[in-house]
Design a protein around this ligand. Structure first.
Ligand code: ADP
Length: 236
């Protein structure tokens, strides 16, 4: 536990360093004269904003992961429609999707039963997965949220035709701070914590995250949810 804690804190400090150094560096350069140089001043300010946003993302994800790890059992167990969940997730990523010319689509099987779980946390799961499907994709790429019945459950998939992931990386994707391409993730504002958060939330629902992917073809992340209340979770 102690070595785990030390490693985690080490990773966090490492993640904080780059954006902090960058903000300091660009601010100093501006104060040293670049402020009056019309050809760079706005670019440097944009870079400061970008790194400040990264720090903000990191602070939020760290707070989420800490909360989830400490009160894992505090999940509500409400019934809702998958379409409602998909709408809420898509709404949260709308701006980033538009920036990349991507319009996430929904394919929900007709007459799907309601699913049970913690709506807000499952929205977070989908936001993280859809956000990745957008981030690790070409401009104008395809992102689809799918849901259909499978035995007594509903299977939910987030499918993209983006850059894909080679098989050797797949087993480690949900580890904290694990990234296939560090600079690509950071450029996109990634914290390396998104899939760790997804894994935790699904585990609290007694579920697992699965992934199928091929480089340059795309990825499918999927999991199932129950269509009846789960005794292991607290009632809504
Ligand atoms: P990040 O903040 O870096 O996106 P995540 O935990 O969400 O962190 O994902 C971990 C890594 O898994 C990413 O850095 C990326 O390399 C890879 N990844 C996740 N989703 C996808 C996807 N849909 N397509 C390709 N690579 C992905």
């Amino acid at each position: 536990m102690e070595s785990y804690r030390r490693e985690f804190i080490g990773n966090v400090s490492h993640e904080l360093k780059t954006p902090i150094f960058s903000v300091q560096g660009f601010a100093e350069t501006l104060l040293d004269g670049a402020l009056d140089d019309e050809s760079v001043n706005r670019t440097f300010l944009k870079k400061i904003l970008h790194h400040a946003n990264r720090l903000d993302n990191l602070a939020r994800d760290l707070s989420t992961i800490t909360k989830i790890e400490t009160d894992e059992l505090d999940m509500s167990n409400e019934a809702f429609d998958v379409a409602e969940l998909f709408d809420a997730a898509i709404e949260s990523v709308e701006i980033r999707a538009e920036e990349k010319g991507i319009m996430p689509r929904q394919r929900v099987a007709p007459d799907l039963p309601q699913i049970y779980g913690d709506f807000d946390r499952l929205r977070r799961v989908l936001v993280n997965l859809v956000d990745n499907a957008i981030k690790y994709n070409q401009d104008g790429g395809t992102v689809q949220l799918e849901a259909e019945s499978q035995n007594d459950e509903v299977v939910i998939r987030v499918v993209d035709d983006g850059i894909g992931i080679s098989p050797d990386h797949l087993p480690r994707l949900t580890e904290r701070f694990y990234r296939v391409d560090k600079s690509r993730s950071r450029n996109q504002g990634g914290t390396g914590l998104g899939l760790a958060i997804v894994k935790h939330i699904l585990a609290a629902h007694d579920r697992e995250l699965h992934v199928e992917s091929a480089p340059e073809e795309g990825s499918t992340f999927y999991f199932t949810l129950p269509t009846s209340p789960q005794p292991s979770l607290q009632p809504a």
